[in-house]
Design a protein around this ligand. Structure first.
Ligand SMILES: Nc1ncnc2c1ncn2[C@@H]1O[C@H](COP(=O)(O)OP(=O)(O)O)[C@@H](O)[C@H]1O
Ligand SMILES: [Mg+2]
Length: 276
């Protein structure tokens, strides 16, 4: 970002989650500190089991925080009542790994989108205006609204479904979107499209995106800032370039080492030579 007056939108100090008790205790998230700034795409990278989803659930207010504080827009977060939680969710929304798990598969796609308009206070808008808004949301994610009406979510592919989830976010316009491995259950072809749409939400709407992944390559491709998570702790954070080009933590170096084994074109051409 060129803007040097960065606005803090979500931060935390000593945020911890412990599951269970005694010798069955799991410290899933272990005293993490973070500062996420408005309009940035922040990646949290770590292996499976490192605590990423638990952190996202705490940020969203779906899981209680064992210890530590979370601040939203500079104020200590208060989600102590149902009303306050609803208000908080106006500012923060999430998309998950499995798009089909996220909502009732028996409600039709247009009613899913209509609900978002209503949640944003648009219940009394004229029908034509609502249709125009749904059309715009579908076109933002390259879905054809006319093909969506009267369909059920299970009639869509995983990639289309995840795009629909992004259309929902487009209508809800939260300040922050938490995206927990949104591309890991869909085909490779749709994967790049989803990432591009996250970038579009950042660039065209100014949304702050917190993108969870275990793939360092993906994180580098999309992020402004990268946090590296190992066994419930943040071992390092910095700009995407700092983390990829000058990693400090051993764990980060290890994650980076894992990338070329699959993608390195140089390795590939070298192998070709040796067989020629
Ligand atoms: N509801 C739960 N009860 C007990 N342990 C849990 C629960 N959810 C997650 N864990 C444990 O917390 C750790 C972190 O899990 P998770 O946040 O899902 O990691 P990630 O998303 O990085 O794969 C794991 O050891 C997992 O087994
Ligand atoms: Mg997870």
């Amino acid at each position: 970002m060129t803007n040097n007056k960065r606005e803090l939108c979500l931060s935390g100090t000593g945020v911890t989650k412990i599951f269970g008790f005694g010798n069955r205790k799991t410290v899933a998230v272990d005293h993490v500190d973070f500062n996420f700034y408005s309009g940035e795409l922040i990646s949290i990278v770590g292996e499976s089991g490192s605590g990423k989803t638990t952190l996202i659930k705490m940020l969203l207010g779906l899981t209680s925080v064992t210890e530590g504080e979370i601040f939203f827009m500079g104020k200590k977060r208060d989600i102590s009542s149902h009303e306050k939680k609803k208000e908080y969710w106006r500012g923060i929304q999430a998309i998950f790994q499995d798009p089909f798990s996220s909502y009732n598969i028996f409600s039709k796609i247009d009613s899913v989108l209509l609900d978002c308009i209503h949640m944003r206070g648009g219940r009394r808008l004229p029908k034509a205006k609502k249709i125009e808004m749904m059309r715009e949301a579908c076109s933002f994610v390259n879905l054809k609204f006319d093909e969506m009406t009267n369909k059920y979510p299970f009639e869509l592919s995983g990639g289309q479904m995840q795009r629909l989830m992004i259309a929902r976010v487009f209508l809800l316009k939260p300040k922050i979107l938490l995206a927990d491995e949104p591309t890991s259950m869909i085909d490779a072809c749709s994967r790049a499209t989803i990432l591009d749409m996250l970038l579009k939400l950042r660039d065209e709407i100014g949304m702050t995106i917190i993108f969870i992944t275990h793939d360092m390559g993906l994180a580098y491709y999309v992020s402004d800032t990268v946090y590296i998570m190992e066994k419930g702790k943040f071992v390092e954070f910095g700009t995407a370039d700092e983390i990829i080009l000058a990693p400090k933590a051993e764990y980060t170096k290890q994650l980076l080492d894992d990338i070329p084994k699959i993608h390195d074109p140089w390795e590939f051409s070298r192998n070709k030579k040796s067989t020629a």
